[in-house]
Design a protein around this ligand. Sequence first.
Ligand code: FAD
Ligand code: MLT
Ligand code: ZN
Length: 475
Amino acid sequence: MLSAPSNAAVLDALAALLGERGLITGSDTEPYCVDWRGLFRGRALAVARPASTTEVAAVVKLCAAHGVPVVPQGGNTGMVGGGVPTETGRELILSLSRMNRIRAVDPVDMSLVAEAGVPLQTAQEAAAVVGCLLPVSIGSEGSAQIGGIISTNAGGNNTVRYGNTRDLVLGLEVVLPDGSVWNGLRRLRKDNTGYCLRQLFAGAEGTLGVITAAVMKLVARPAVLGTAFCALPSAEAALAVFDRFQRRDAAGIQVFEYMSRRSVGLVTELIEGVGRAVETDAGHYLLIELGSINRDGNPSAVLEEVLADGFEAGLVLDAAIAQNEAQRRAIWRLREEHTEAQKRAGASLKNDVSVPVSRIPEFLARATAACEAAMPGIRVAPFGHIGDGNIHFNLVQPETMAPKDFAAESDRLMEIVNDVVVDLGGSFSAEHGIGRLKTHVLVARREAVELDLMRRIKAAIDPAGILNPGRILDH
Ligand code: FAD
Ligand code: MLT
Ligand code: ZN
């Protein structure tokens, strides 16, 4: 434990290193010490805001020398509390926000080199300027940063077509826990030179290194998009429709998103200006987006054809295909406002789970029945990336319950859901990670060999436990 004088010495040294713009202390650190849902609140020694890789390295080296734990923070949009300090007041938040330069965009290499603090949306816009697509699509893209999406291996709406963020990382620059810098900013499509180090840091949630820059893979930008919203009688029908689209135009599927009656109802009830996209009230809905990189392609016609067949077969009850960008935006808002609507609905529990795609209907039925039996009045509001087998099986408190009473039941409810998930061969964290929220679940649900390997990797790279201690692996 650091004594007060050594805290002061560290702060003085940081101030000398980073200057006035680079260091935040006292009550000004508060906005950095809480996550966007208000679930995790802590205190920080200070917030360091380095502007270059050299400065990041110097900060980490200094902290390593004084035993000060470092918590990397990007846009602070994470779901599991990994970027928020604990209550000890000993941890230094290392914000990457000032490292916000796009270093290069190359339409021939199909790559983009960005510093860690570049907001995802800014990187997407830079890719669009050269006619390419950076295909990570998440509701938080205006705030989430390149370093954050890599560190959490963010999934999102385009995973069904292009994979998760780690599949798009060609190279990384990383500051290691001793302050040394690994420059792995290679733009290569092929590079079998030993262990794939960049994949160690992708999804490591800041526990192994601080990502300072990355080379992201770009893809051809679809020239035409078609977007539909449809109502379905069952989750089985949603999968049957997915299967029909895969057979008709697998490469065209950009987005295949599921929403339940309850999750859509919360959005239309709690978010101003968002209306229903189809008249029919159904138990299940899909947002489907198809793309064509060929200008002559007609994804809306493919949507119409497959959905009409589905209608004939009794799989589709109603559908709307966007006729212009305004209608497309309205359909998308219905999906994108899910997170905000559920935040407004009261206390909620996010179960970000995945099962094999074919098991989704069984998962939804069994987990819903189990939760409703465990807590009468609970509002089961599932939605998510059904094309990846990833459902946000979110549970909203009963209307009459106090939020704190619901929060006290979170672990019990999570276990009920996870029992079904594990039984179906699934994962208890599909895309949001472990952070501080699920360390105990990782210990309980992963095999000893797997946990031991993870602990040995952490010990080999960060033996002093300087980076994000207590995240992913509890100690
Ligand atoms: P932060 O929240 O700041 O940090 C997340 C973790 O990464 C922390 O452990 C932190 O220590 C570490 N970290 C951050 N930057 C670095 C760095 N440079 N080097 C090392 N470690 C670092 N997530 C999805 O996967 N799919 C979705 O569809 C999705 N939708 C969302 C919608 C909304 C409305 C919101 C609010 C969030 C959503 N998220 C989603 C969650 C979140 O946006 C992602 O996890 C995102 O990748 C986090 O990025 P960030 O920059 O905000 O990281
Ligand atoms: C999303 O896909 O919108 C988020 O990952 C889910 C959530 O808010 O639970
Ligand atoms: Zn999601």
